[in-house]
Ligand binder design. Structure first.
Ligand code: G4P
Length: 539
């Protein structure tokens, strides 16, 4: 079914610089259960993209996808629908890219972060910094992505706010600048004090489904505050004095350089503190940033369209078995029907039905600008990392493969299907569904992933799309590193010595499959002439 054509958010007459300047493209990074879904829902609510909060969550829990995705996704209750959500807020066009979490955590989760200009980090105030957040922040750091921090769930008993900030600073190695400060927590959560605006935002619970006009009381010395919060004010004044003396003041340049994060406190479920995040996003977070390509750096405001593909999603419409390539526009304006050059294949394609993503509905896009994500229908000719332009030779960089953390050996039930298996795995690897390694010493192919569901998806797709029944068995591999050396002789010696642990990936790059962390460390020590890389560039 073709998506319905509707007007897009951008005005057709929009001046290029203005349209690009009002875009904000970001993702939420968090550990499962920190509140990403809840916050997404509130953000969409402010943007007027959904009428009632609860829609995203209802989908998440009742698992009614608007379209029927792969059977496996349905049975596992995983929705891939809301991959990109576009909405308008305060004159800005916001593109929120979903980072799949929980069981559907995969390399896509990491790669989405290469297509955003900033990120919102949500931390459960009771749990502090958790494992998945650490990993995702590492990926943001590859490009010095500016991070806004939200300490969530202050309507519950939480950890001490200073302790939470210390943890972010020490574990995530990023300086914190408190912008709001909580007044109490749990049952005694009264609100937050905005350090830059010198006003108290009064907390009211239960505002779950409406956008909220918060009560604001100006001035820390306002007697109204003493009247309302006699127990809390002395402590708050003391804390604010301390913060003003000892905490980092917010520094826009440090934030834009990814060195400092403004910190906000609140409660997503109560829609409290969410508007402040949106304000930070539109006032502080960068619009579409310049993107490096092999040839040169491309500025977003350049008139000519350019972009790259960071994600491929299969079977969005099982009837057509189509795949959608998610393209991040890096510069200029895109118009429906435009002919764009597929640089790797060296040929032009005309884009008749590009998709945009308005909240949860797909629709055909007429125009899009740098910062926006469009979906291209694709029958296998587009790979992750592919660049598009109006003809200029530009290969964007910074869209890496990430070293897998989970490995399986692949065995065929019917050995006569070996060719189909190879073909299937090669294509699935190009889509980024999994990584495939071919050991130098022969033997079974090895699959690599960062989330276990990736293996199930691959097994299911091999069966349904390639008619291959494959069995996956545990492989004694801890992690992979791509290996390089400037000196061919060193590389030759290394290869000869460690052949049993080396493999070619789908792009014919050499990888070291380390049986353990200790082994990796020792090998790195023993071979100083070899570089061991945790990521590798596409193309
Ligand atoms: P995720 O997408 O990051 O995994 O988190 P999600 O939003 O689903 O939130 C995880 C749980 O935390 C949910 O509860 C949600 O209601 C709750 N939550 C989110 N924000 C807040 C908050 O500000 N305060 C409090 N107290 N809870 C919050 P659940 O019990 O898992 O689901 P549900 O039964 O409430 O839907």
């Amino acid at each position: 079914m073709e998506p319905e054509v509707r007007e897009t958010l951008a005005s057709p007459s929009g001046d290029l610089a203005t349209e690009i300047g009002r875009r904000r493209t970001f993702a939420i990074i968090s550990h499962p259960d920190a509140g990403k879904t809840t916050l997404t829902e509130k953000l969409l609510l402010f943007g007027g993209a959904i009428r009632l909060a609860g829609t995203v969550k209802a989908r998440k829990s009742s698992r009614h996808a608007t379209s029927d995705w792969m059977a496996i996704e349905k049975s596992r209750g995983i929705s891939v629908a809301s991959s990109v959500m576009q909405f308008e807020y305060d004159g800005h066009v916001i593109n929120l890219l979903d980072t799949p979490g929980h069981q559907d955590f995969s390399e896509d989760t990491y790669r989405v972060l290469t297509a955003v200009d900033s990120a919102l980090m949500v931390i459960d105030g009771g749990n502090g910094v958790e494992a998945q957040t650490i990993k995702l922040l590492e990926v943001c750091r590859l490009r010095d992505t500016p991070i806004i921090t939200f300490m969530n769930k202050f309507d519950r008993e939480s950890r001490d706010p200073t302790e939470l900030m210390d943890e972010v600073e020490s574990v995530l190695q990023i300086a914190c600048a408190p912008v709001t400060w909580p007044i109490g927590m749990g049952k005694r959560f009264r609100g937050v004090y905005h350090l830059l605006r010198d006003e108290v935002l009064v907390f009211t619970a239960g505002e779950e489904t409406r956008t909220q006009d918060l009560e604001r009381i100006r001035g820390l010395d306002n007697p109204e505050l003493d009247r309302r919060f006699p127990d809390e004010m002395p402590e708050l004044r003391e804390q604010v004095e301390l913060l003003r003396a000892a905490a980092n003041p917010f520094d826009l340049d440090a934030f834009l350089a990814g060195k400092q994060t403004p910190v906000f406190f609140g409660s997503a479920i109560n829609n409290f503190g969410v508007q402040e995040l949106l304000a930070a996003l539109i006032h502080w977070a960068p619009g579409p940033r310049p993107r490096p390509a092999h040839e040169r750096v491309v500025d977003a405001a350049e008139p000519h369209f350019t972009g790259f593909v960071f994600k491929i999603q299969a079977n969005m419409d099982p009837q057509h078995r189509d795949r959608v390539a998610f393209l991040r526009i890096c510069s200029g304006r895109f118009q429906r029907g435009m002919r764009i050059r597929h640089l790797r294949l060296g040929r032009d394609i005309q884009v008749h039905n590009p998709i945009t993503f308005l909240a949860q509905e797909r629709e055909v896009v007429e125009e899009a600008y740098a910062g926006d994500i469009i979906g291209l229908h694709n029958h296998g000719s587009i790979q992750i990392g592919d660049s598009f332009s109006l003809g200029e030779n530009l290969q964007f960089t910074g869209i890496p493969y990430f070293a897998p953390e989970l490995f399986r050996r692949v065995r065929l039930r019917n050995p006569l299907r070996a060719k189909q298996l190879q073909k299937g795995l090669q294509q699935l690897a190009e889509e980024g569904a999994t990584q495939v390694f071919r050991p130098l010493s022969g033997g079974d192919l090895v699959l690599g992933a960062v989330g276990t569901l990736q293996f199930d998806v691959v097994a299911e797709r091999l069966r349904t799309e390639y008619g291959v029944e494959a069995v996956f068995e545990p492989a004694p591999i801890h992690t992979a590193r791509w290996v390089h050396s400037a000196d061919p002789k060193t590389l030759g010696e290394f290869t000869a010595k460690l052949e049993a642990h080396l493999a070619w990936d789908a792009g014919e790059r050499l990888a070291f499959l380390a049986p353990s962390r200790v082994n990796l460390e020792l090998t790195m020590e023993r071979w100083p002439g070899i570089r061991f890389m945790a990521t590798r560039e596409h193309a």
